[in-house]
Each structure stands twice: as C-alpha cells, then as structure tokens.
Design a protein around this ligand. Structure first.
Ligand SMILES: [Zn+2]
Length: 338
C-alpha cells in the first residue's frame, strides 16, 4: 500500500509499505477514505520535534472497516467509522469520567496518511455511522476526528457557555473550530485573534463577533479594551508557544478559564504571575472520543460544517505538497484522498 513517511525535517515521501495486519484481537484494520495533515505534524516537519527514524505520518482519519480482530464486537467490516488520535477502551474509570485521551490503556494511533491503518482497541476507539455518509459530509466527519474535537475540548475546558465572552488565540484549524464550538456552546461574544484575511472570514462564518489582529501584549491590551478592562471570561489557546500561552492567560479575567489545546512546546509558566492572576488552567490532548457521537450527529443533521477548514484537497501521492502548503501558511488544512 501507499503511505506517507517523514524521513527528516522537510522530507516527506509517499512510498510503498506493508499493509498493516491485526496484531491484537482488539484491533481493526480500516481502509482510509480520507486523512489530513495536522498542525501538530508540522512540529517534526519543521524540526521542532526530532525525527530519529522514518515515521509513518497522520492521526486523523475516517474510513471503512476492512478487518476486525477476534473479540471486536462494536464495529463490523464494511461500516464507515471515525476515531481519534488516541485509542481508548472507553470503559475504564478515566474514560468513563470523560478523559478517553488519558485512558489507562491508551495507545497512540498513527499512520493515517496511507491507504490502510491499524486501529488498536477498536471497540472503544471507533464510532460507526448508521449508514455510509454522503460524499459532501466526509470532510466534516474527518474534521471531527481531531481538529473539531480538539477545538470543542478547548471551549469546554474554558467553560464556554451563555453570557460568556470568549477569546481564541490561534487561527489554525483548531482555533477556527474552537470558534464554531464556542458558538454551539452558546457563547455571547466570540473574539478571534487573527491577522490573516481568509482565516478572519472563516472565523466570522463560524461565529466570531470580533476580530483582533494584534498579538502578544498588544493583543492582550485589545482584549481588555473590548471587555471593560477586565479580560475575557473564557480564553482558548490553540497554538502551544510561550507567547500564545501568556497571551491567553493575560487575556483572561480573574476567575476566568483558559482552555489550552495547542501542543505545548517550551512553555514555561511564571509562578508568581499565575498566582496573582486568579485564572483557571485546563487543557491537554482532547478526549475527542467523548464528543464524537454528538459531533457526528451535528454534522449529519447539517447543524455544523467544520469541513470548511479544508481549503486544499490532494491525492495521497501529493502529501508532500500538503505539508509545504501548510508550513508556508498557503493552506489552513490539507485533506488527503488515498
Ligand atoms: Zn479507558
């Protein structure tokens, strides 16, 4: 089969690899219908994460079940399924409390940018749709696999709800879909922080009421200006850098909540400033599995259209161009069709 492999920073190739096989009786093999390039794939692509050996890439996927292990009972061959980037049993105490991405049996799911992939703990990880979805829903269902679920967790962690003013730091796919999530969760006012016109337009379409172009201290000052000097109730951090994290914390009012979902890279929090900020911090890898049934329903009944974040669609063979386009910020998010 064809699969996308990162050999070194900047060096992504689509090449021939062995088709994955069932390794544990709880596994499933799926034929990938669509996959995509994640903002977090850019960390190793840019050399921010080391690449010790060639790595199969991709952790966002929708597909058709091709084969199941002996004990798998919740999904069947031929069903259309969506899963998340962490496999979870969905039965342990941590899963039951809504933190499937910290399941006691958690396993990473990888190699999605390929024709086939192996899904561990298939019963807990995958959600099947009742029937094969229409072609125009595929992109949105794929978004639910990570970026929508992650933006949703950012909004939940930031305690978004009616009457709340929400600020979103980061205008990548996760930040944009955090805006959509905040809107669905009933936020009264949503401030998007973005300097890019195409992304501002999508932010408005997803429900942003205000746009702040400034970042860093100037961005914080602007948020305070828009909130009677107090800061936002809820701030979603969707980047993962020192600057974005401090921008999020400083944009939050005392008693407010930061939901941080950007994968943290060299973030160092100043203890004394945090102590006096009176800000709640919650975040981490999103328990996407917890939200999947609800998100799938909202997509299939036409309430939301998160697939709009894909502004580039390529055949799998051209995966390297997807990485380049996202790295150069020519594309928000690239969808790959095997
Ligand atoms: Zn679990």
């Amino acid at each position: 089969m064809r699969a996308t492999i990162l050999h070194a920073p900047g060096d992504v190739r689509v090449e021939e690899r062995a088709k994955p096989t069932i390794q544990n009786p709880t596994d499933a093999i799926i034929k990938v219908t669509a996959a995509c390039v994640c903002g977090s794939d850019l960390w190793p692509y840019r050399g921010a994460d080391s690449v010790a050996e060639p790595v199969p890439m991709g952790h966002e996927y929708v597909g058709i079940v091709d084969e199941v292990g002996a004990v798998v009972k919740n999904v069947k061959v031929g069903q259309f399924v969506i899963g998340s980037f962490f496999a979870s049993d969905n039965t342990c105490e941590i899963c039951q409390s809504g933190y499937q991405s910290s399941c006691v049996h958690r396993e990473g799911v990888g190699g999605a940018q390929a024709e086939y992939m192996r899904i561990p703990l298939a019963d807990g990880t995958l959600v099947a749709t009742a029937e094969l979805p229409e072609a125009n829903k595929i992109a949105s269902l794929l978004a639910a696999s990570d970026v929508l679920g992650t933006g949703w967790f950012g909004a939940v962690a930031a305690e978004v709800g009616p009457g709340k003013t929400v600020a979103v730091v980061g205008d990548g796919a996760v930040g944009l879909l955090a805006i959509l999530a905040a809107k669905q969760l009933g936020a009264t006012r949503i401030i998007a922080m973005s300097r890019h016109e195409a992304r501002q337009k999508l932010a408005r379409e997803f429900g942003a009421s205000d746009i702040v172009k400034e970042r860093g201290d100037a961005g914080v000052a602007k948020i305070r200006e828009l909130t009677d000097g107090l800061g936002a109730h809820c701030v979603i951090e969707a980047v993962g850098t020192q600057e974005s994290m401090m921008q999020a914390i400083r944009s939050t009012r005392p008693g407010g909540h930061v939901g941080y979902v950007g994968v943290s890279h060299d973030v160092d929090l100043p203890g004394l400033e945090l102590f006096f900020s009176h800000v709640h911090l919650h975040g981490g890898p999103a328990p996407v599995r917890d939200y999947l049934p609800h998100l799938i329903e909202l997509i299939l009944n036409g309430t939301i259209n998160p697939g709009l974040v894909f502004d580039l669609e390529l055949p799998l063979e051209d995966a390297a161009e997807g990485y380049r386009a996202m790295d150069e910020r020519r594309a928000i998010k690239a969808l790959l069709r095997p």
